[in-house]
Design a protein around this ligand. Structure first.
Ligand code: SAM
Ligand code: SF4
Length: 336
């Protein structure tokens, strides 16, 4: 019997699994988690490394090639490099990357690289220490900058910086972030603030369409060209300033969704498959670990509920009409 591929009813083939290894985090970024009152899963509800690797083994047989480890903050999970090494041995897996806030990354960069990590995305929403601290509710941008240096030394390249753009909070830093690419081989990715788990007036006030990035380039009279070759870049629309070593990209899920090319599935730390980041559907995989056929069927069932379009932009309108129930889980509970 041939093993089914992960193709949904819209013909999208899925090659990419984002795995959240924990819902906990050392920070409380304003767009991701409330300052207080987050309830975390007890440790016995969190998938073990062995269970995660079992899931990876089964989906690799169905066509998954790329894995991203995320959270919460993945580096609050002890011995993450062991998980990287375990996944790296799984036949079919070609690429393992990590999304991290960078606070604990510098001392781990070398071990992660040696374990088989290919790349890192580091979240950094401001270059100003005070502002960074405010947005992350306690983060230290100097530690993140040290981590970037440590990753360059360890050969974890290309480094991508994730910048969630927010009106009135960091939109005056667009040019500074792009200037970073002039003499460094890094890729700065501006990301629209998404209404995940909350879509109230607070979100609407801070949300800023990424069209603003191109306006800033025009104001600066910068020449830039589309850039195709940014490794593992998924939905990002990429550019390079004339003569720059690095590049920048725009990820605009709200103003211009890219669902038609979505090739990703998510696995939450508490063991649910999430076919779409924005919708409520989730499927508990832990109960089928050890039964490959049941697990494959569960992934196909999950894919069967994947919407054609996440409809996030509808929350910008006053009369919200959406065809599905949006998720009540926050980004840190799903794995961004
Ligand atoms: N803690 C790690 C970090 O911050 O990089 C990994 C988990 S975090 C949930 C993954 C990514 O999601 C980060 O780049 C973060 O900036 C982004 N993110 C979180 N909430 C978001 C939101 N509401 N809209 C857009 N991006 C968001
Ligand atoms: Fe933590 Fe990352 Fe969410 Fe910030 S974005 S609170 S660092 S999980």
């Amino acid at each position: 019997m041939s093993i089914p591929r992960l193709i949904d009813k819209y013909g999208r083939e899925h090659h990419y699994l984002r795995i959240s290894v924990t819902d906990r985090c050392n920070l409380r970024c304003i767009y991701c988690m409330p300052e207080e009152g987050m309830e975390f899963e007890p440790s016995d509800k969190i998938l073990t490394f062995e269970e995660i690797v079992e899931v990876v083994r089964v989906v690799a047989g169905m066509g998954i090639r790329k894995i991203r480890l995320t959270g919460g903050e993945p580096l609050v999970r002890k011995n993450l490099e062991q998980l990287v090494a375990m996944i790296a041995c799984t036949p079919g897996i070609e690429d393992i990357s990590l999304t991290t806030n960078g606070m604990f990354l510098a001392p781990k960069a070398k071990a992660l690289k040696e374990a088989g990590l290919t790349r890192v995305n580091i979240s950094m929403d401001s270059l100003h220490p005070d502002r960074f601290k405010l947005i992350t509710r306690g983060g230290d941008v100097r530690k993140v900058l040290n981590s970037i240096d440590a990753c360059v030394k360890a050969g974890l390249c290309p480094i991508k910086l994730n910048v969630v753009l927010m009106r009135g909070l960091n939109d005056d830093e667009i040019a500074d972030f792009i200037r970073l690419t002039l003499d460094r081989d890094i890729h700065v990715r501006f990301i629209e603030y998404m209404p995940i788990g909350h879509h109230d007036a607070g979100w609407k006030n801070l949300y800023m369409p990424l069209a603003r990035v191109k306006e800033v380039c025009a104001e600066q009279q910068w020449d830039y060209e589309p850039e195709a070759a940014v490794q593992g870049n998924g939905p990002s629309e990429n550019y390079r300033l004339d003569g720059a070593l690095g590049s920048f990209g725009l990820i605009h899920p709200v103003s211009e969704h890219f669902c038609q090319t979505c090739n990703r599935l998510r696995l939450t730390a508490d063991g649910y498959i999430k076919p779409c980041l924005a919708w409520t559907e989730q499927f508990h995989v832990r109960r089928v670990v050890g039964d490959d056929e049941a697990m494959r069927q569960l992934f196909l069932d999950a894919l069967g509920t994947k919407p054609e379009n996440h409809e996030m932009s509808h929350f910008l309108k006053n009369d919200v009409t959406i065809s599905h129930a949006p998720t009540a889980r926050r980004m840190s509970q799903i794995g961004g």
